[in-house]
Design a protein around this ligand. Sequence first.
Ligand SMILES: *[C@@H]1O[C@H](CO)[C@@H](O)[C@H](O)[C@H]1NC(C)=O
Ligand SMILES: *[C@@H]1O[C@H](CO)[C@@H](O)[C@H](O)[C@H]1NC(C)=O
Ligand SMILES: *[C@@H]1O[C@H](CO)[C@@H](O)[C@H](O)[C@H]1NC(C)=O
Ligand SMILES: *[C@@H]1O[C@H](CO)[C@@H](O)[C@H](O)[C@H]1NC(C)=O
Length: 507
Amino acid sequence: MKVYVTLCLCVYLHEALAESDSDAILENKDVLVLTKSNFERALKQHNQLLVHFYAPLSGQSLGSILEFREAAGALKEAESDVRLGGVDVKKEKDLAASLNVTIMPSLRLYLSGDKNNPVYCPVLKSSTSIITWLKRRKGPSADIISNLTQLDKFIGEDELVVLGLFKDLEEGIVKVFYETAANIADLAFGVTGHDEIFRKYEISGDTVLLIRKSEPDKQFEMGSGTVKNDLVQFIRLYEMELVTEYNGMTASKILNSEVLNHFLLFINKTEEGFEEIYQAFKTTAGKLRGKVLFVMIDVSELRNGRVMEYFRVRSKEAPQVRMVNLSDSAQYQLPSDQFDARTLLEFCLGYLDGKAKPKLQSEPIPENWDTQPVKELVGMNFEKVAFNHNKNVIVLFYAPWSSESRALFPLWEELAEHFSEKDVVVAKIDITANDVNLHLGEKYPSIKLFPAVYSERVVPYSGKRKLKPIVTFIKKEIEKAKTDKAKEEERRKKYLNEQKAAVKEEL
Ligand SMILES: *[C@@H]1O[C@H](CO)[C@@H](O)[C@H](O)[C@H]1NC(C)=O
Ligand SMILES: *[C@@H]1O[C@H](CO)[C@@H](O)[C@H](O)[C@H]1NC(C)=O
Ligand SMILES: *[C@@H]1O[C@H](CO)[C@@H](O)[C@H](O)[C@H]1NC(C)=O
Ligand SMILES: *[C@@H]1O[C@H](CO)[C@@H](O)[C@H](O)[C@H]1NC(C)=O
C-alpha cells in the first residue's frame, strides 16, 4: 500500500512540476508529450515540429510509437533543428478535433508555428525512413550520380533502387521525381544526367528506372503531363517482386503493402514438385500485379512457425494456398488440390469478383445433422460430439473437392449401417470449412477414432480403407481404451491410498 501511495505521489509531483514550469514541456523518451494546454507553446518554441498522432492501444500505433521514439532519439543526438512530439489522440480528443486529425497513426510537420498548414508526412514505417524523409525535404531528395563508378556503388546499395535519368537536373519534369523521392523515404533514389549512363541503359528521354539486384527491371517514361502520383503508383506497384518470399526482411514490406489482397502459398521449398507449383503461382502473379500480392511461405523454415500458426497451416498440409483480405482479415481457401496456373487464376478472379466463400471457424450446424446414418459435424458441434465420454466416435475429415475424400463416402455409409445398433457414432466433417482445434497431422482425407471412456484420446487410422479392417480397428481400440482407463483408475486409487497412508503416518 505504502509503495503504491509513494508511487502515485511521485508521478503526481513529476507532472505538477512539469506543468508549473511554464516553458519546459514534458518529454517521454525524447518525444515531447503534447496536450491541449501546451500545443501552442510547443509550436512557438520549435520552428520545425514533427507531430505523431496516435491511439496508444491500437497495434498499428504501437509499432509507430516505438519507431518514432527511436527517430526522436537519433535526431536529438544529431542536434537536428526538428523536434518530435506526440499526441495521444484518445486522451487529447479536443486537441485532435481542433487540428482535424482523423487518421491514426499519422505524422504532420508543423513549420514556423503555423497550426493551419502542416506538411502531411506519408505514413513512415521505420525510424530511418522518418529521418530520410526529413532529410530529403530539405536537401536534394536524390543522390546525384555523376559517373559510372558512382552508379555501380549506388545500384549495389540495396536490392531495389530508383534511378532517374534526366536531361535537366534542375528544372522541369525532374521536379516530379524529386517530389516523389521526398515522399517515398523507404527506397534509395539517385538521379543522373550523365550521357554514359543514358547509353548504358539505352535510354534517350527522361526516364525512371527500377533497378533490382543491380539490373534494370522496369522503366517509366516521364511525359510532360506526368504527376507525382503516377510515379508513386508505378514505384509502389513494381517495387515488390512478382512473388515475395516471406521472411524477416520482407515481412514489414508485405504487411505495409498498399495491395490488401494477399495470396499466400505455403510450400516446402526442398520438396519435389516445388518448382512446378511455384512457376504456376508466379505466372498467376504476373496477371494480377497491383491487385493481389503473391507471397510464398517456406514451411520447412522453422522461423516461419509463427506465421503458419497464425494461419493455422501445418507443414504437413503443404502445399496449400490461402487468400487473405487484409481489410477484414477474412481468409479464403482454394477449393481444389490442383495448383496449376489456370485453377489459381480462376480462384483469384472469383475472389476479386466477390464470389469466393470465406473460411469460417464453423459452418452453421446443419438442421438434420444427426438424423442421417452418417452424422454431419461442423466446427461448433465437433468437440461436443467427438470428445464425448459416453460415445465412441469415428470421424472422417474430408475436403469436398478432393476426389479421394469423396471416394470414402460410400464406405462411411456402410460403416454407419454396420454400427447402427451399437454404440459407435459414424461422422464426417468438412475441414476446409470448419476449424477444429486438433492436430490432424496429415492431409485430408483422414480418419480418427475418439473412443468413449478415454475421451481425451484420439487414435488415427492408417490401415486399409475397407469396412472389415476399420471395424476391427474400432473394436480393438474401444477395448483398449476401456482397459487403459481401468488401469489408470487403479493407479490413481493406489496413489491416493499411498498419500492417505503417508498423511496418517505423519499424524
Ligand atoms: C479544420 O477543418 C475546418 C473545416 O474544414 C477548417 O475550417 C479549419 O480551419 C480546420 N482547422 C485546422 C487546424 O486545420
Ligand atoms: C565520380 O564522381 C565522384 C563524385 O563526384 C568523385 O568523387 C569520383 O572521383 C568520380 N570518379 C571517377 C572515376 O571519375
Ligand atoms: C521438406 O521436405 C524435405 C524433403 O522432402 C523433408 O526432408 C522435410 O522434412 C520437409 N520439411 C517439412 C517441415 O515438412
Ligand atoms: C475486403 O474487405 C473489405 C472490407 O470488408 C471489403 O470492402 C472488400 O470488398 C473485400 N475485398 C474483396 C476482394 O473481397
